[in-house]
Design a binder for this molecule. Structure first.
Ligand code: GDP
Length: 310
């Protein structure tokens, strides 16, 4: 069966992956997911982007909230706050079950890859969800006030500190998780997509795992990114803010430049084909409000990949 591989972060990327599994046989979709956001909190191993993919693909994602699980309750957080525990990172009661089980599995020797496959199977997810690595990689944001661990920056400080750099601690020693290099290099892989995830915080950690960039360069399948820029701004999160702080215009051209040498094409928002991007492109309305939008964006990205080939 022909396969589509997608490199993804959490919420923005999961939209495209959901479009893909509704456009293609889900078993032919492989998501390689950022784990640079993973951290230990209250003794638990939390994998926010992997969980977002799992919740989204099994229909349990909380659409209104934009993260976490649907039908959530907050008794644990209320009890924690009453005891003076840390309230800055919200763990819903149902969400907690996944973190507790994962922590237990990892402590008894399972890998993140194996645990993720187990949950995906349990929830009837036919697509393959692969953490980028089983080894710890921790995204850190350099600021004038010192380095901040990802969740401290993203959640506790709401991305407010000005970033002067981003590092991926542990990445140099990390190995791609089982199946990652194989999926990218598979001769049956029709296209490799880079989701419209945050390039600096969600995609770069994946690319920092040794072997992944080389596998993308050697792949026989075309690599197409979907730009996170819509109407001159990012849809959400710190993508545009980081661009400004790094002195780059908030534009598709900056995205194309960021992925230069890696991608064969870029899908951008708009009605007219983009010019002067330095890479082949196609356009559609890339804002993904509903499932039809997600399917349209997935179809357009694949259409560009098919047109380009390698
Ligand atoms: P996170 O890991 O949960 O922060 O999410 P991601 O990194 O996967 O996605 C965040 C990025 O997705 C942001 O840069 C947004 O601009 C982008 N994004 C979110 N929704 C959409 C959308 O509907 N269309 C496009 N083109 N980009 C989106």
């Amino acid at each position: 069966m022909s396969r589509v591989v997608v490199l993804t972060g959490g919420v923005g990327g999961a939209k495209l992956v959901l479009g893909l599994v509704n456009l293609l046989p889900p078993a032919g979709v492989t998501a390689i997911v950022n784990t640079g956001d993973d951290f230990r909190h209250l003794g638990l191993h939390v994998s926010p982007d992997v969980d977002t993919l799992l919740y989204t693909l099994c229909g349990r994602a909380n659409r209104a909230q934009g993260w976490g699980r649907e039908d959530e309750s907050w008794s644990f957080m209320a009890a924690l706050a009453e005891l003076g525990g840390p309230a800055w990172f919200k763990l819903g009661d149902r969400d907690l079950a996944l973190h507790v089980l994962r922590t237990q599995a990892l402590a008894s020797g399972a890998t993140l890859f194996a645990f993720t496959q187990r949950v995906a199977e349990r929830w009837g997810i036919a697509a393959t969800v692969l953490p980028m690595s089983d080894d710890p990689v921790a995204t850190e944001i350099a600021t004038a006030g010192g380095a901040l661990a990802f969740q401290r920056y993203f959640v506790e400080h709401r991305c407010e500190p000005v970033a002067t750099g981003i590092a991926f601690a542990g990445a140099a020693q990390a190995r791609p998780a089982p199946g990652v290099i194989e999926a990218i290099g598979d001769r049956d892989t029709r296209a490799i997509l880079i989701a419209p995830s945050n390039p600096y915080l969600s995609v770069d950690p994946i690319l920092a795992v040794p072997g992944i960039r080389a596998a993308l360069a050697a792949a026989t399948a075309p690599v197409v990114a979907v730009s996170p820029i819509v109407g001159g701004d990012a849809v959400k999160g710190p993508t545009a803010k980081l661009m400004r702080e790094f002195g780059a215009p908030v534009s598709d051209r900056t995205i194309a430049g960021h992925y230069a040498g890696l991608i064969d094409g870029l899908l951008v928002d708009g009605r007219a084909p983009a010019v002067d991007l330095g890479v082949a492109s196609a356009c559609t309305d890339t804002l993904m409000h509903d499932l039809n939008d997600r399917i349209r964006v997935a179809r357009s990205a694949l259409g560009l990949a098919d047109r380009l080939g390698r």
